[in-house]
Design a protein. Structure first.
Length: 297
């Protein structure tokens, strides 16, 4: 499997965008089957460059995350990224997990501080790491991995000092050895461009900064998501969602149109690619890529 840093470098040289997807570990065996036997094959028709698989709060989905990453790589030959967090693990436990990841032939990880089980303020594990930059540095010492980290165009909601302080912390993660940055979802491209320009022009970050995009499926769902992650819903978008109300079919159609426009502007503005938060569904992402002329109709 390719290293993610090499994928971005190759596509940059070709003048082409990198397309990637994110999945989460389902809670049931039926969900596993649907993801691996339906969603992934449908999305593979768009010829993505890689995918990532999330890691539940507190590492609660560790084994399932690795199972999905392993199967995607073995059965579909698609490069996969395993998420890895600081929560609930000592340094030695993370070292053992990295050995397990390596044994599966996985060479790419997304290093995150992570969320506490049940929410609440982050607490470092004794013998573990307090900051994701420490985790990045530790993984880099193990050699052989390409490391991604998360970026927050509006600033991390837990960073009380504000977004510019949060962006300084991101610079620390890159300096510690991160190869690429994938952003939290956002709905105003101006936030992404301001974030990217600050990181590259003022802080000197040279690794790919990749926008993360979600296609809205329902008004209720996106309000819940943004409340959890701190992303802002612009007034014009909020007004449109209010107008569409509980008509989820209409909201989904509008979400595809809105995300398509976002992606068009981001790619015109020099984004190295787009990372789609698929919510383990294929239809919306496939349609967006078709709208962009990046998948067969």
């Amino acid at each position: 499997m390719q290293l993610i840093r090499d994928i971005y470098a190759a596509k940059r040289n070709q003048g082409r965008a990198v397309i990637s997807f994110e999945f989460f570990p389902p809670k049931t065996e039926e969900g596993d089957r649907h993801l691996l036997q339906t969603t992934v094959p449908e999305l593979l028709r768009t010829r993505p460059d890689y995918c990532s698989v999330t890691y539940g709060a507190g590492g609660g989905t560790r084994e399932k995350t690795l199972m999905i990453v392993d199967r995607i790589q073995r059965e579909y030959r698609l490069t996969a990224v395993a998420h890895l967090t600081c929560v609930g693990s000592t340094k030695e436990e993370i070292r053992e997990l990295l050995d397990q990841i390596r044994a599966l032939g996985v060479r790419n990880v997304l290093a995150l501080r992570g969320d506490m089980p049940g929410g609440g303020e982050f607490r470092a594990t004794a013998g573990g790491f307090e900051f994701s930059s420490q985790l990045v540095r530790f993984i880099r010492e193990q050699d052989g991995f390409s490391i991604g980290v998360a970026g927050f165009p509006e600033g991390h909601m837990a960073c009380k000092e504000g977004k510019y302080a949060d962006w300084e912390h991101l610079k620390e993660k890159v300096d510690a050895g991160a190869d690429f940055v994938v952003t939290q979802l956002f709905f105003d491209n101006a936030d992404f461009f301001a974030f990217r320009d600050h990181m590259t022009k003022k802080l000197g970050v040279a690794v790919p900064i990749v926008p993360g995009i979600v296609s809205i499926l329902s008004g209720t769902q996106i309000k819940r998501f943004t409340a959890l992650c701190g992303a802002r819903i612009p007034a014009s978008l909020a007004a449109k969602l209010e107008e569409l109300g509980g008509d989820d079919a209409a909201v989904s159609e509008f979400g595809i149109e809105y995300a398509t426009r976002q992606c068009e502007e981001l790619l015109r503005g020099g984004a190295p690619g787009v990372h789609f938060y698929t919510l383990n569904k294929a239809q919306a992402t496939v349609r967006i890529l078709r709208n962009l002329g990046m998948a067969e109709g």
